[in-house]
Design a protein around this ligand. Structure first.
Ligand code: TRP
Length: 386
């Protein structure tokens, strides 16, 4: 039995990503692929060189098509079950980089339906409201409003349902049980849900009336959904969606990923400077019991959550990161100084993010799309005709 779990509904334990590559059948992003990306983008994002985005499906095909003049569009998503934390923001920063480098559209799905169905304590209204709240964080990252379409599943239900039906008919209950580990206690919405998450992978093809390649940046736990999409969509005459997949931002405490539900493991985009300070100062580190020992023996960055935050988000300059690492190992950099450095960087990021998040409230309409169905009006229009 592995001592970790990675499914769309549960991520826990010390994750072995090499093993996931084998288990899921995804491809590692190797040097050859990095070289190919760089040929097009001219520079390479540290999330790629650091293997934070570490695996893919058919990404090379996406680049081949792009070079032939057949551009792709991006599709990603968020399950709006609460406030957004830094672990969520990380893949979106990368998604924006791809949007900028390739100048392509992004379709951003907010799965309020999913969160309502899977989270027993979340009401329909709460999930729907979180869609609108979380959209502010997405907009704050600066996606191009002309090329970015954000939607709540509830708001776009009609369009999504029409295609989800065709997808659902190709998926058996036993496939759902095997892919997601759902059992007889699952509600029927949970069994159907993955059909909805597949639709944005063909939404541009539906609009344009011809097949358009789709690239999905996502955290590796979502791969089971898109494995199914890749199985079903060709049967309906569409391309398989390609994907590029990232690891999880770890918890600030020992083990596991940043979690919205476990206190002090995550930093939320709405945290104030004092909260950030408190969380980082109580984080799990690779430090020794006291300063004297640390000077003698040095620290251990490879198990340190503070170092992981430098590595994954806040010290993207390779030389600066190396200095932090070697000074820590040498016992020259103590945890207090290293934590302060991180606290300052996080608070600097959050200050800007929170300002942009406020401003996003005024420009929500530039990004959100929804179907407005007014049944009362439709009926009165109909009655006028008879
Ligand atoms: N199911 C995802 C979640 O719970 C949300 C999501 C929907 C998503 N579509 C996606 C994530 C596409 C990544 C890519 O968070």
């Amino acid at each position: 039995m592995p001592d970790f779990i990675v499914t769309p509904w549960e991520v826990s334990g010390e994750i072995d990503y090499e093993q996931l590559i084998k288990e899921f059948g995804i491809e590692p992003i190797d040097e050859k692929l990095l070289f190919y990306i760089k040929e097009i983008t001219k520079e390479i994002h540290p999330f790629l060189t650091r293997k934070i985005f570490f695996a893919h499906r058919d990404f090379k095909w996406i680049l081949d098509e792009y070079r032939k003049g057949n551009p792709f569009y991006l599709y990603t998503g968020r399950g709006p079950s609460g406030n957004v934390h830094l672990g969520h923001v990380m893949p979106w920063i990368f998604t924006k980089w791809i949007q900028d480098k390739f100048n392509v559209e992004l379709w951003f799905q907010l799965t309020d339906d999913e969160k309502f169905l899977f989270n027993q304590s979340l009401s329909y209204e709460e999930a729907y409201n979180y869609s609108y709240d979380n959209a502010l964080d997405i907009i704050a990252l600066g996606f191009d409003p002309k090329k970015t379409f954000i939607f709540s599943d509830i708001d776009l239900a009609g369009t999504l349902y029409r295609s989800a039906l065709k997808i659902a008919k190709k998926i058996t209950y036993s496939t759902i049980k095997a892919t997601f580990g759902l059992d007889n206690s699952a509600n029927v919405g949970q069994i159907f849900y993955t059909s909805i998450q597949t639709v944005p992978a063909i939404i541009k093809s539906l609009i344009e009336g011809k097949n358009i390649p789709c690239l999905i940046p996502h955290a590796v736990d979502q791969d089971p959904h898109f494995r199914l999409s890749r199985d079903v969509l060709p049967k309906l005459g569409y391309f398989k969606p390609a994907s590029i997949q990232c690891i999880f931002l770890p918890s600030l405490q020992q083990g596991g990923k940043m979690s919205a539900s476990i206190e002090n493991t995550a930093i939320f985009t709405t945290d104030n400077p004092e909260e950030v300070k408190k969380k980082v100062n109580t984080a799990f580190t690779g430090g020794q019991a006291n300063a004297k020992l640390q000077r003698e023996l040095g620290g251990n960055p490879s198990i340190c959550s503070v170092f992981k935050y430098h590595f994954m988000l806040f010290t993207l300059d390779d030389n600066e990161l190396k200095t932090i690492e070697s000074r820590c190992i040498a016992g020259d950099l103590l945890c207090g100084e290293c934590k302060n450095n991180l606290i300052q960087k996080i608070n600097k990021f959050l200050k800007v993010h929170q300002e942009k998040r406020e401003k996003a409230k005024d420009i929500l309409d530039q990004y959100l799309i929804k179907e407005k169905i007014d049944l009362k009006k439709i009926i009165s229009d109909k009655l006028k005709k008879v």
